[in-house]
Design a protein around this ligand. Sequence first.
Ligand SMILES: Nc1ncnc2c1ncn2[C@@H]1O[C@H](COP(=O)(O)OP(=O)(O)OP(=O)(O)O)[C@@H](O)[C@H]1O
Length: 247
Amino acid sequence: MAADPKTRIIVSDIEKHFNIRHTHSLKEYVVSKVLNRREASVDHFTALSGVDLHVSDGEAVALLGLNGSGKSTLLKLIAGVMSPDQGSIGVRGRIAGLIEVGAGFHPDLTGAENIYLNGAILGMTEEQIRERFDDIVAFSEIGEFIQTEVKFYSSGMFLRLAFAVAIHTDPDIFLIDEILAVGDEPFQKKCLQRIRELKASGKALVIVTHDLDMVEQLCDRGVLLRRGEVVHDGAIHEAVARLREGR
Ligand SMILES: Nc1ncnc2c1ncn2[C@@H]1O[C@H](COP(=O)(O)OP(=O)(O)OP(=O)(O)O)[C@@H](O)[C@H]1O
């Protein structure tokens, strides 16, 4: 990591490749077996190439781009959910966020039990979770369903619980993928208000979204990805304009 203590994330020249398997229909499978051919072929797909990104305290950075441009992959690499094939990623401080609704929750446990599970995964001690438990439940507005197993939750209820836990972990870095979209409007507004407060208190934010109006209000900086490469890293308005105009 850089010597500057304000730097929270350093992504250096990363590459990420995926293997794409081409599976066949049952008929093609049978024919390939009869002819003794391989049943599936594999292509290598480059999802990210030569990507650099530095994020410091107090910055709110939007990752923008068309479908499949690599935004979520970059966010997952920063979160440590997956590793790059080349290059390096350094992160300083406590990370929290919302990358996949329901990740980090156990379906057979109640909402209340999952607060303890998810809180522990995000680095809180049992005592910290106990102290913040009532605030987390209140923020989620899940009410009596907090004693229900989360496998019966709607996607919006999952989001409420996940966001409520994440925001109460006192993170240095907050990562958010599109998922705010599944929350209803009042809850989205409440989340955005908390995200603004995090930013104002000097935390680093990285947000993946297609909601360009929202992101222009929330973020100062936009990183525009095109087919896995960064084509713009600078003012949010310019990033949004380039995306809208296809430049
Ligand atoms: N686990 C995986 N295995 C194979 N390919 C993957 C995997 N994850 C992502 N990809 C591919 O990498 C590319 C980038 O995906 P990614 O989800 O990062 O895009 P995105 O910019 O977030 O797209 P969207 O706006 O549609 O959410 C896509 O072509 C996707 O199919």
